[in-house]
Design a protein around this ligand. Structure first.
Ligand SMILES: Nc1ncnc2c1ncn2[C@@H]1O[C@H](COP(=O)(O)OP(=O)(O)OP(=O)(O)O)[C@@H](O)[C@H]1O
Length: 532
């Protein structure tokens, strides 16, 4: 008997030791698997749709409740000194510019940057002084938040019955970011909204230092509304009492609503920024090598104003009429935002140049084509002449692929006209490839992605990809059918490009667009991560 008790005790101690060990050494992989077990972003957005927007009303109270569970009050977040940024397009780039300017202005500061989505690894979303959290730090902060939420199952009635017990993917990461930045006592935080603004998990900071809204456009219509005015209302929901509200030139119906939101929410000022004092458009174009594309001028302009407003509020040392400090120019020059209008020379297959842009709305596809189909980039010209052009495309979240392809084609026509090219627009691309976002030939996924993000019908039947192929053939009936490729994975697509590279000495320009996950997958499979 006593031996039996002894053995039970021994096993009990071993279990305790093991569980203590798992507690302390939980890995990044475990953090990612745990994170991926949460409600996906797509499912969270579906819930908003399914409840006709009713769940949105609970979003902020629920988020505040979770914040309480992990040990913070909303007022604690004021210590993060937040620059809060939303918009339909350019949020990420504007955040990257702002971060870079502040780092130049104050190299001694600790600066947090929270953005989404990621290209390769989730921890890219939470950066400190420009660098993603290390795997170790990420898992530590992750499990500190996780354990508190796991052990506190009490939930208030401020929720729908259909809301899962734990925060979903984006909410959870936002909590981890808050916790990481507060623990690291950052001096400034650039906080990019996930979707919309009013009901977004980032919108619980009572008093940011400044708020900014980038270009408005039509996206996430099922969640944010179908008109620009409705979307603008959601975005303007990040304005706060006593806090400056900045934006860029917008279509009148969007601008009116933003102005009204600034008044209703008692912002201290509402300013539309269109230029940088003392820096002409031409000069600005010269200081933007890090982020290509004309649209980046607008993002850079907003970023400069956000940074100046922030610095003025923090140290009262700058004013709008100050000569543009060289630190700001350096900040703009050094800013990097991979996967957006980014050119990468393949380091091994030297006849291939990759043009990576995760554009996934009509407006951003226009910017993407304006960038790609221009001399010196993907347009045939005296300099840097591609002999072959290939489009790799996929689109997700039910976004209308046919209209995207139509937009690409019509912007190419306009670009060729603008540059007086005699090329035939319908033959601009020599090949088009439609592939899923599955990373590898064997059906596996790159580090932090899961199959959850991909519709079952695409995994089994390549449904979207066949639809895209049909849409392309309908759009350009003369396009050679044998040059339209429907492929099950990104690796299949990369392998195809490599066959071209090896088959003749011709230079190939590959435009990868339509989905940021697709771009991330190409960076992973083609081994371009040096460019991140
Ligand atoms: N000011 C802008 N106007 C129109 N399109 C833009 C603008 N800025 C960026 N884009 C386009 O949007 C793409 C994504 O840029 P960025 O990451 O800065 O925006 P975002 O708002 O964070 O978008 P996402 O929702 O894709 O993360 C770019 O590659 C570019 O094609």
């Amino acid at each position: 008997m006593s031996r039996a008790i002894d053995s039970i005790f021994r096993s009990f101690h071993i279990c305790c030791r093991l569980s203590r060990r798992t507690m302390t050494t939980r890995s990044y992989r475990e953090a990612i698997d745990t994170l991926n077990s949460l409600q996906s972003n797509a499912a969270a957005l579906d819930l908003v749709r399914a409840t006709g927007g009713r769940s949105s009303a609970f979003a902020i109270p629920e988020m505040i409740e979770y914040l309480g569970i992990i040990g913070y009050k909303p007022a604690d977040l004021n210590a993060l000194n937040v620059i809060h940024i939303t918009g339909t397009k350019g949020k990420g780039s504007t955040s990257a510019f702002t971060d870079s300017i502040l780092r130049e202005a104050h190299p001694e500061w600790t600066i947090g940057l929270y953005t989404s989505p990621h290209l390769i690894a989730v921890r890219e979303r939470i950066r400190v002084n420009g660098k993603p959290l290390s795997e170790e730090d990420f898992s530590r902060f992750f499990f500190e938040v996780w354990d508190k939420i796991e052990t506190n199952k009490v939930r208030s009635s401020l929720r729908l019955e259909t809301t899962p017990d734990k925060p979903g993917y984006f909410r959870f990461l936002t909590l981890v970011a808050y916790h990481a930045f507060l623990s690291l006592k950052v001096d400034a935080t650039i906080l990019e909204v996930g979707v919309g603004g009013a009901h977004d998990s980032t919108n619980i900071v009572p008093r940011p230092i400044v708020t900014g809204i980038t270009a408005l456009g039509i996206d996430h219509v099922n969640v944010l509304g179908k008109t620009l005015a409705e979307i603008a209302w959601q975005k303007g929901g990040i304005f706060k009492q006593g806090v400056p509200a900045l934006t860029v030139s917008q279509p009148p119906e969007g601008l009116e609503v933003l102005k009204q939101q600034a008044t209703d929410l008692k912002a201290s000022e509402f300013k539309v920024v269109s230029s940088i004092p003392q820096l002409s458009e031409i000069e600005l174009a010269h200081v933007l090598p890090g982020l290509a594309g004309k649209h980046q001028q607008q993002n850079a302009t907003l970023a400069v104003h956000l940074a100046q407003t922030f610095l003025r509020a923090q140290e009262g040392s700058l004013s709008d009429t100050d000569v543009l400090p060289p630190v700001i120019v350096r900040g703009l020059e050094k800013a990097r935002w991979p996967g957006r209008c980014q050119t990468v020379e393949d380091p091994v297959y030297t006849n291939t140049t990759w043009y990576l842009d995760g554009a996934h709305t009509l407006e951003s596809l226009e910017c993407c084509v304006q960038w790609f189909a221009s001399p010196g980039v993907g347009l045939r010209s005296e300099i840097g002449k591609p002999q072959r052009r290939i489009l790799i495309f996929n689109c997700t979240s039910g976004r209308s692929g046919a209209s995207f392809l139509d937009a690409i084609h019509s912007h190419i026509k306009s670009q060729l006209q603008i540059f007086g090219s005699d090329e035939t627009p319908s033959l601009f691309f020599d090949h088009v490839v439609f592939c899923t976002n599955v990373t590898y030939v064997d059906g596996g996924f790159k580090g932090d992605l899961t199959s959850l993000a991909i519709p079952e019908s695409d995994l089994t039947h390549l449904k979207t990809q066949h639809q895209l192929s049909a849409a392309w053939s309908e759009l350009i009936p003369t396009f050679p059918a044998e040059n339209v490729h429907v492929l099950p994975s990104i690796q299949h697509a990369v392998n195809l490009i490599r066959q071209f590279d090896k088959s003749d000495g011709d230079h190939t320009a590959v435009l990868v667009t339509g989905s940021l996950h697709l771009v991330g997958g190409v960076i992973e499979v083609a081994d371009l991560s040096f460019s991140l």
